[in-house]
Write a protein that binds this ligand. Sequence first.
Ligand SMILES: Cc1cc2nc3c(=O)[nH]c(=O)nc-3n(C[C@H](O)[C@H](O)[C@H](O)COP(=O)(O)OP(=O)(O)OC[C@H]3O[C@@H](n4cnc5c(N)ncnc54)[C@H](O)[C@@H]3O)c2cc1C
Length: 256
Amino acid sequence: MRIVREPRVYLVGRQHVDEEDIQRFLSDYGLTWETDTEVGAERLVEAGGRVCYLSFGKGRRSNAEYIGNLISQRHGSVLEHAVWNFIIAGVSRSFSHELVRHRAGWGYSQLSQRYVDESDAAFVEPDVIAEDERAHQVWLRAVETAQRAYVELVEILSEKFKDVPDRTLRRKLARQAARSILPNATETIIFVTANARALRHFIELRGSEWADAEIRKVALKILRIMQREAPHIFADYRVERLPDGTEVVKTDYEKV
Ligand SMILES: Cc1cc2nc3c(=O)[nH]c(=O)nc-3n(C[C@H](O)[C@H](O)[C@H](O)COP(=O)(O)OP(=O)(O)OC[C@H]3O[C@@H](n4cnc5c(N)ncnc54)[C@H](O)[C@@H]3O)c2cc1C
């Protein structure tokens, strides 16, 4: 049986600016604009913000100052113009239940347990269980039992539905019922799209010490990716260590 202990976050998509059309807009309105970031999302956020007051022009603030000002003024709607795509894997179904509670500014496509065979699924073991041999053995026994039951149920139900002519439907009918036995620990994969404002809110709520350990790990991973990817939008966050050795996220500008 495969056991997973670390979430994996892949940043698979980012925005590209159409510089020609930006120039066409500026010239149509007799404006000029230069900025000092190569990051598409940061350029777009600045452009979006500057449209509000037609505040384009040379010799203005740097992009970092411009976005820092938006954040300190809590002008968060402008951050919604910056969007990224991620694949999050090595995470449990308990994690995904919590993730999909984040609605505003998010899009999700998650591995279907109705279509995908889970006979060989991996399971995500919480650190606190993995670190305690007795707890680990209990967890292992429960997960192995559930996986064996799943495989057996798929066999029984496949037999029951053997006369259903469509092979895909036949499998779906068996798997969708058999999955009821799978634990929250079952690994899932989820494709996620989120804008900068939504990501900031997620990082704050789920990077806090009150959040579950697994989602906190993901929030911290996403924060570190975003601080490399778009440092001007995520500059205000700092990571602090709790007495138990785990990390939390802090900012002076919550819920922008
Ligand atoms: C530590 C912790 C413990 C939790 N425990 C539980 C629990 O026991 N049970 C449980 O059910 N959930 C629990 N949650 C989930 C929590 O209640 C939220 O569903 C989740 O954190 C998403 O937050 P959100 O609604 O602010 O985010 P989003 O859905 O991303 O919304 C972002 C913001 O947009 C605005 N917004 C979004 N939708 C609406 C709307 N329909 N109307 C008006 N404004 C809207 C709000 O300002 C909101 O804060 C917990 C969360 C945390 C962090």
